[in-house]
Design a protein around this ligand. Structure first.
Ligand code: IPE
Ligand code: IPE
Ligand code: MG
Length: 246
């Protein structure tokens, strides 16, 4: 049996899939005496840099955690700002992403987003679905537990309809019910801002990912920090429960 999330890449090669928990926008703003929303705006600029850097570093899949199912707990004004920034990002960047051959996918619970956000998200996915050069996943209204519950429900419904037998649900079959179906598991998860927790991100998919935590606040993220994280990843030995090499 292949190891879970077995790497596609050899030693020293870039990770195929990097997922990033973009954290620290609020603290970045606070340190400058600015409103949190200014930090979120700078965060979008950092996300653009990350997309460019990933491509330049040879990373084929990039997933950015931009709004969690728990982020609804924030003040209504901040939630509104974050929704607005996602919309703005799609409107401003979609033409360039299309041109550059980027396939965009939004993972998370899309049903509970407002009609205008839903429409934009669908447009971004539809207009880039044939692109193959590079893959950008945006985790929006995403929670790992929420995703697993929705997948379990969808699998149960498929069994009820008679489409599959319950006994045929193994890890691979279950993975097809997740938002990330068809996407390889992340090899590397980076979290900025010094927090060392996963905050409900890709609980299933990151089972064997390497984690790199950096104290840099997200708006300060750049290609050098990205390359440093990949270097740290490359220095590690992934064992998948085995005894390793050397
Ligand atoms: C990350 O920055 C953006 C989101 C979670 C939406 P934060 O807004 O969490 O910034 P801090 O953690 O308060 O500094
Ligand atoms: C995680 O950051 C979610 C995103 C980056 C979108 P949070 O700032 O929401 O996480 P906690 O609250 O510190 O765990
Ligand atoms: Mg935070």
């Amino acid at each position: 049996m292949p190891a879970p999330g077995a790497p596609s890449t050899g030693v020293g090669a870039p990770p195929r899939h990097v997922a990033i928990i973009m954290d620290g926008n609020g603290r970045w703003a606070k340190a400058r005496g600015l409103e949190r929303t200014a930090g979120h705006r700078e965060g979008v600029a950092a996300a653009r840099r990350a997309v460019e850097a990933a491509r330049d570093l040879g990373v084929a899949y990039l997933t950015l955690y931009s709004f969690s199912t728990e982020n609804w707990r924030r003040p209504a004004g901040e939630v509104r700002d974050l929704m607005g920034l996602l919309k703005q990002f799609i409107v401003d960047d979609l033409p360039r992403l299309k041109e550059e051959g980027v396939k965009v996918r939004i993972i998370g619970d899309k049903e509970n987003l407002s009609a205008d956000v839903k429409a934009l998200v669908r447009r971004a996915e539809r207009e880039t679905e044939k692109n193959t050069k590079y893959n950008l996943q945006i985790a929006f209204n995403y929670g790992g537990r929420d995703e697993l519950v929705r997948a379990a429900r969808a699998a149960a419904e498929a069994v009820k309809r008679g489409d599959i037998d319950a006994g045929d649900i193994d890890e691979a079959a279950f993975g097809l019910f997740l938002d990330t179906a068809g996407t390889p598991d992340p090899d590397l998860v980076i979290r900025t801002s010094g927090e060392r927790r996963t905050s409900n991100f890709l609980n299933w998919q990151a089972a064997y990912a390497e984690y790199v935590f950096t104290d840099v606040l997200w708006p300060d993220f750049d290609a050098t920090i990205f390359a440093d994280a990949i270097a740290e990843y490359n220095a590690r030995e992934r064992r998948y429960g085995g005894v390793g090499g050397a």
